[in-house]
Design a protein around this ligand. Structure first.
Ligand SMILES: [Zn+2]
Length: 375
């Protein structure tokens, strides 16, 4: 995020937490049965959108150029949502990292790519734990395919922002017993073979992610009884109450997939540059996260300038992009289009405004407000 942000010279005003309430579209009922085209999450429709800054000369021609897909050297982007997205310029997990190992099955599945920032965060967290408890080994499971998209065994893991991780375990004698297996831990935090969930190291791992300023965690999907163990440990050892509150909000047993008693599933929010290129967060925005509202406002004002041309292509483009950027304040820019002579533009504008203001979600966009899939 740092390098990308610097390249665009966008000041990180939103570090001040300028956006909170009211900016998150909520799932709502579908009131009036009009059809609406799906928000297209393909990289062909989304990525070239960055060329809108400052303004594309030929909008129609600029949209679907596949060369817009390539990320420049060293950059990687999550595009779309975690369950319908893509990955551009994905970074593979290293095979020779001391603290972060890779599960062989994930290598076989070719599911070891993430965004650069996500891979770096995994390495950093594993390193933090192994510095404090030498010999610790965290095993990364599936992340995403090299170019993202659907992978077997998972509903999400599409866009380089999901990562499965093993738990840190100890043997009956108390010795570190980390390994690549993902065995279900029972109510007492034990594997069938008698290994025990290590409260201290697993808590430290969660804390390391939450304290990393370069990434923002949306979820640690993990079984309720393991979550409780970590929170109890954190309180008992005097961890920062703010950190405990964030861990408490981000660790969750998902209701719509396996209870995650055999591994962590992490979901990271889109980074700023990714949001601007079509990365879409779904579900909860925790109160403390930076939603990049200030930077996105700047982008919206650039996009809106296209309306001056009066062309229908430009209007459709502006509506779509503002919908993708998913900032409620973007809705006001679309109000003039409610009275557009073209009925399809009117409908697009009305639906997008309703979506951005949390009034209702068109069925074709339902995946944008789905509760979070943890698998
Ligand atoms: Zn997972």
């Amino acid at each position: 995020m740092r390098a990308m942000t610097a390249r665009r010279s966008i000041p990180l005003l939103a570090m001040l937490g300028l956006m909170t309430a009211g900016c998150e579209p909520q799932p709502m009922g579908w009131a009036d049965g009009r059809a609406l085209a799906s928000l297209d999450m393909s990289p062909f429709s989304l990525l070239p959108a960055v060329t809108v800054a400052p303004m594309p000369t030929a909008v129609g021609a600029g949209f679907d150029r596949p060369e817009g897909l390539s990320a420049s050297e060293g950059q990687s982007f999550s595009v779309g949502t975690a369950s319908r997205g893509y990955l551009v310029g994905g970074t593979p997990l290293r095979r020779d990292h001391e603290a972060l190992k890779v599960r062989p099955v994930s290598i076989q599945r070719r599911a070891i790519h993430g965004t650069h920032d996500v891979i770096e965060a995994l390495e950093r967290a594993a390193t933090a734990v192994s510095r404090r408890w030498p010999g610790s080994q965290l095993y990364a499971g599936d992340i995403s395919a090299k170019e993202g998209g659907d992978i077997r065994h998972h509903a999400s893991h599409n866009s380089g922002r999901d990562a499965d991780l093993t738990f840190y375990l100890r043997g009956p004698n108390g010795a570190i017993a980390d390994g690549p297996d993902m065995e279900v831990l029972d109510r007492d935090g034990r594997t069938p073979g008698g290994l025990v969930f290590d409260d201290a190291r697993n808590w430290e791992l969660v804390a390391a992610f939450l304290q990393n300023p370069n990434v923002q965690v949306q979820w640690f999907f993990v079984a309720r009884h393991l979550r409780a163990r970590m929170l109890t440990y954190a309180k008992r050892t005097g961890a920062d109450p703010r950190l405990i509150a964030r861990a408490s909000a981000t660790m969750r047993q998902p209701g719509d997939s396996s209870p995650h008693a055999d591994h962590f599933h992490l979901r990271f929010y889109c980074q700023l540059e990714e949001r601007l290129r079509g990365c879409v967060d779904t579900g909860v925005r925790h109160g403390w996260i930076d939603t990049f509202a200030a930077e996105i406002e700047v982008e919206i004002s650039r996009i809106v300038a296209l309306l001056r041309s009066g062309g229908d292509e430009e209007k459709r483009y502006v509506i779509k992009r503002i919908g993708q950027l998913a900032l409620s304040s973007g809705a006001r820019h679309l109000e003039p289009l409610i009275e557009d002579p073209d009925p399809t533009i009117r409908i697009m504008a009305i639906d997008t405004i309703a979506f951005l203001r949390g009034v209702r979600t068109p069925p074709a966009w339902a995946h944008l407000t789905d509760e979070d899939v943890g698998e």
